[in-house]
Design a protein around this ligand. Structure first.
Ligand code: IMP
Ligand code: MG
Length: 181
């Protein structure tokens, strides 16, 4: 039995076990393999949070596939989320490709919305979205992820790539912020 963990003065309790994460990622890998057969899909892992998910997902895809990594740079000096984000590191030519954007979590959907706009300019054949976690209650953008690991309520979670101020990404399970008692 896993225990509560504390980061930045906040207490989190176990929420999704590594076993469940593994099993779900295996299912997503199988689905992508079926849907994208003969398409040589390009997975685009959105750093930093998506890297554990992307690594496991990629290895659970049993057709020929490629992976690339990008980073989104928020404009500095603002706290709003609706602003455009710059994409760093996409050197690959994605024109005509089947692209699968791999994210750790979709919350409001602003990040994904902006990323999709940037990627569409590069004229891929199609863009699919794979996200480990999805908070449908928080969504304010019209985003429909194709592959969702887990739908979760609008609460803050950490672990398996998800951080709180840079901490906790290396937790093997996912933890949820505990309600005050
Ligand atoms: P969105 O633009 O609101 O969809 O937010 C997406 C980004 O917010 C994610 O890539 C995460 O970096 C961060 N985020 C949203 N919810 C959580 C959470 O529960 N834990 C950790 N990071 C989160
Ligand atoms: Mg992220």
């Amino acid at each position: 039995m896993k225990h509560e963990v504390t980061y930045c003065g906040l207490t989190f309790e176990p929420y999704i076990s590594r076993d469940k994460i593994d099993a779900r990622i295996a299912e997503l890998g199988r689905a992508i393999s079926e849907d994208c057969r003969d398409k040589f899909p390009l997975l685009i892992c959105v750093l930093n949070g998506a890297f554990p998910f992307a690594s496991d997902l990629f290895r659970n895809i049993n057709i020929d596939a490629e992976i690339a990594f990008i980073r989104l740079k928020s404009y500095e000096g603002t706290t709003t989320t609706g602003l455009p984000k710059e994409v760093l590191g996409l050197s690959d030519d994605i024109k005509g490709r089947t692209v699968i954007v791999v994210e750790d979590i979709i919350d409001t959907g602003h990040t994904m919305h902006n990323l999709l706009n940037t990627l569409r300019e590069k004229e891929p054949a199609e863009i699919k979205i794979a996200t480990l976690l999805f908070k449908p209650e928080s969504l304010v953008r019209n985003i429909k992820p194709d592959y969702v690991g887990f739908e979760i309520p609008n609460k803050f979670i950490i672990g398996f790539g998800l951080d709180i101020d840079g901490h906790a990404r290396n937790l093997n399970d996912i933890y949820i912020l505990k309600d005050p008692e």
